[in-house]
Design a protein around this ligand. Structure first.
Ligand code: DX5
Ligand code: ZN
Length: 230
């Protein structure tokens, strides 16, 4: 029987209660989160604006979880050293925001972090193909970035499956991550398509349940999707 893949969960603090941010992060860590996803928006690449390196530094000082920093910014090369110094373990840039993507990927690595590239829903896989072998992570956006709690765009499923095939056929180790609209409803499709890191914001941090309950329900959906008999 083929070995079941390990699926990582990366709660996004974009949807956390900022007044209790430290507590919410501790809850996510205690519930078995693998990464902590930190969305960074500049008001240019995406309409919204939020966290900077100082917040990343504060988060890094309060948790052992690796920080998966998603830079939704124009010209990320200006900011990469700041975010790595602040404690980012993974820095993901958008292919659409980089004129010299290969150079930016190596800048992230030379600064000392793992390098990821994200693709917007309308961006074809071809935008990342030539650097796929250089990446530690590739992120398929399943919403147009900028806001939490948006509706999952179903086209992401086929894109994940095609990328999974490319990674497997090429023997490439980049982690395949999906971000946007991930919930117990969408987990089965993305896991079966080959995603290995699931970002979840509003499905983890919400007023309906505790962080532990939310993570528990997502894990259950993952196990069900992989056919562990639960
Ligand atoms: C979207 C961000 C996401 C966001 C996801 O612009 O990149 O990481 O937090 O939120 P949900 O999981 O609520 O769609
Ligand atoms: Zn994100």
């Amino acid at each position: 029987m083929p070995k079941r893949p390990t699926i990582k969960l990366a709660p996004s603090i974009l949807s956390a209660d900022y007044i209790r941010l430290g507590e919410q992060i501790a809850e996510a860590a205690a519930a078995g989160a693998d990464y902590l996803h930190v969305d960074v928006m500049d008001g240019h690449f995406v309409p919204n604006i939020n966290f900077g390196p100082l917040l990343v530094e504060a988060v890094h000082s309060c948790t052992p979880l690796p920080l998966d920093v998603h830079l939704m910014v124009e010209g990320p090369e200006r900011l990469i050293p700041w975010f790595v110094k602040a404690g980012a373990a993974i820095v993901t840039v958008h292919a659409e925001a980089c004129r010299h993507l290969h150079r930016v990927v190596y800048q992230v690595k030379e600064c000392g972090a793992r390098a990821g590239v994200a693709l917007n829903p309308a961006t074809p896989l071809a935008a990342v193909e030539e650097v796929l072998a250089d990446l530690d992570l590739v992120l398929v956006m399943s919403v147009n970035p900028g806001f939490p709690a948006q509706k999952f765009i179903p086209g992401a499923v086929g894109k994940l499956a095609r990328l999974r095939q490319q990674l497997d056929e090429g023997g490439l180790a980049a982690e395949l991550e999906v971000d946007g609209g991930i919930s117990t409803e969408t987990v089965p499709a993305v896991v079966r398509a080959g995603a290995r890191v699931l970002v979840a914001g509003s499905a983890v941090f919400n007023r309906r349940e505790s962080v532990a309950q939310a993570i528990g329900r997502l894990r259950h959906s993952v196990r069900a999707a992989l056919g562990s008999g639960e």
